[in-house]
Design a protein around this ligand. Structure first.
Ligand code: HEC
Length: 469
């Protein structure tokens, strides 16, 4: 690794205000090292030991929930502490193979309780991969750029793109374009230079608050080359000769902050406040929650909804997450994961239904068929399923709109109308049913799905009992 750069990083790190910032910066550096949008393979990774919070041992008691909402009771019973939440909800949602989707390469790292805690107040969506899925609300104030010995003021960096490839000698009025090899720097405003090219050092600048609370601007990297000025000055291209490739990789590995990561010309940090992954006290302003819901502050969150390959969170699971976040200390200090989640003072227990993720997007394939496979297929399968109703797999969907054998004036499912859907009446053990409530329990003669699952089936019927999105 280039010594100058290494020193720059340490100067940078040392001047940062708090340890947390160092950890965050280290993270950014690590991510940058993991790949800049897959466009270049970067060398020059900086080794670091992630600064993970330690996990407290003592269990702080929380007053028990005393209300009688069954959804809250279920949450309080199954997800007593932050560790329960992490183990039973976060890990579950992290890929079918136990956490393959989120590891240290794929931000955020959610594998351990400690790494989960580290998402508190951490920047959101700092992920390598598809830049277009980055939410404007996750964009930070970008670093700034200027040329050595040029009088203009520094300009915020929108995005950077290194296009690897053989350097070209531009002659006879030829010049690089958007796809030419080189380091492309896209700026928020045009550089006020009335020329097409210059030989200069390009400076990358960031503002820090030092130990004495003094704000300082620091040039943390420079790159000297021939620079081309395109698009009226908003797009600069530095030529990169083969001997400079390492230098560029090191430069990118420093983790230059781009103000318009998703390249949509909106500089998120200026347009609105950046959103952290988890904001203590404010689940609805936490990006992690936004990604689960596909919505935040009434606006769509770009990128696929999480969890990708799994069932969405049930209401009790959501409630546990919301109450956990709401109960986090506002000063940003890390709680112990073994502290009890305080359901009693959690405002979301007043209306847990409102946390139902499935208001939109609950489908047979996405959710309901899985509930039935898990709870019904043991009996409703094989060569002679009860009442001819086979609920083993996705194909069962076709049968659901047939008339009930037990009560032929009703269909099993009447889209939009749970009360007119015989299957639903069986699930809630309505007085009008023939036989037993479902899922039948031969020992007790009773049986009931969990509240969250029932809520999901109900929402699904109300929303039209759709197959797929
Ligand atoms: C332990 C075995 C068992 C399980 C588990 C079970 N069922 Fe049943 N199911 C039966 C039997 C037996 C009948 C017929 C007798 C009755 O209604 O009690 C039946 C009948 C039904 C009927 C009536 C069909 C009609 O055409 O009228 C529906 C609907 C139904 N089950 C849905 C479900 C659903 C949905 C689940 C899972 C949530 C489920 N069952 C789980 C055994 C089971």
């Amino acid at each position: 690794m280039n010594l100058d750069l290494f020193r720059a990083y340490w100067v940078l790190a040392m001047r940062l205000k708090s340890l947390r910032n160092v950890a965050a910066l280290a993270l950014v550096l690590l991510l940058a090292a993991c790949g800049d949008n897959g466009e270049s393979s970067l060398g020059g990774a900086i080794d670091f030991e992630p600064n993970r919070p330690t996990l407290g041992k003592e269990t702080a008691a929380a007053p028990a929930y005393s209300g009688n909402n069954p959804l809250v009771q279920e949450a309080a019973e199954r997800f007593r502490t932050g560790s329960d939440l992490h183990r039973k909800v976060i890990i579950r949602t992290c890929g079918p193979n136990g956490g393959v989707c989120h590891n240290q390469k794929e931000y955020p790292d959610l594998r351990t309780p400690g790494s989960f805690l580290a998402t508190i107040n951490a920047p959101c969506n700092v992920q390598p991969g598809d830049f277009s899925s980055v939410d404007d609300r996750c964009e930070l104030l970008g670093d700034r750029f200027k040329f050595d010995n040029q009088g203009f003021k520094e300009i915020e960096i929108g995005h950077l793109q290194y296009i690897a490839g053989e350097h070209e000698d531009y002659k006879d009025g030829n010049k690089p374009d958007a796809s030419s090899p080189g380091l492309h720097v896209h700026l928020r405003e045009a550089v006020p230079l009335d020329r097409e090219q210059l030989h200069a050092g390009g400076q990358f600048i960031r503002t820090f608050v030092n130990d004495q609370q003094i704000v300082e601007d620091l040039t943390f990297a420079t790159f000297g080359s021939r620079w081309w000025i395109l698009e009226g000055g908003k797009h600069l291209v530095a030529e990169v000769r083969s001997y400079q490739v390492d230098r560029i990789n090191e430069l990118l590995a420093v983790g230059i902050i781009q103000g318009d990561v998703n390249r949509n010309s909106v500089f998120g940090a200026r347009a609105s406040k950046p959103v952290p992954l988890i904001k203590p006290g404010k689940p609805e302003e936490s990006y992690l929650v936004g990604r689960l819901r596909g919505l935040m502050g009434g606006e769509e969150v770009p990128g696929s909804r999480m969890p990708l390959a799994n069932q969405p969170l049930t209401i009790p699971e959501m409630l546990a997450l919301f109450c956990f976040i709401e109960g986090l200390p506002a000063n940003g200090s890390h709680p112990s994961m073994s502290d009890a989640i305080d359901y009693k003072s959690c405002s979301y227990t007043a209306d847990p239904e409102s946390l139902n993720l499935l208001g939109a997007g609950v489908t047979w394939k996405g959710r309901v068929s899985k509930i039935f496979q898990a709870n019904c297929s043991g009996c409703h399968g094989g060569s002679e399923p009860p009442e001819g109703l086979d609920l083993r797999n996705d194909e069962a969907y076709g049968q659901l709109f047939e008339l009930s054998k037990q009560k032929p004036e009703l269909r099993l499912i009447e889209a939009g109308e749970p009360e007119a859907s015989y299957l639903w009446l069986k699930l809630i053990g309505d007085e009008s049913i023939t036989g037993y409530p479902m899922p039948y329990n031969p020992l007790t003669g009773e049986g009931k799905l969990r509240e969250g699952e029932l809520g999901d089936v109900q929402t699904w019927i109300v929303n039209g009992a759709i197959l797929d999105e």
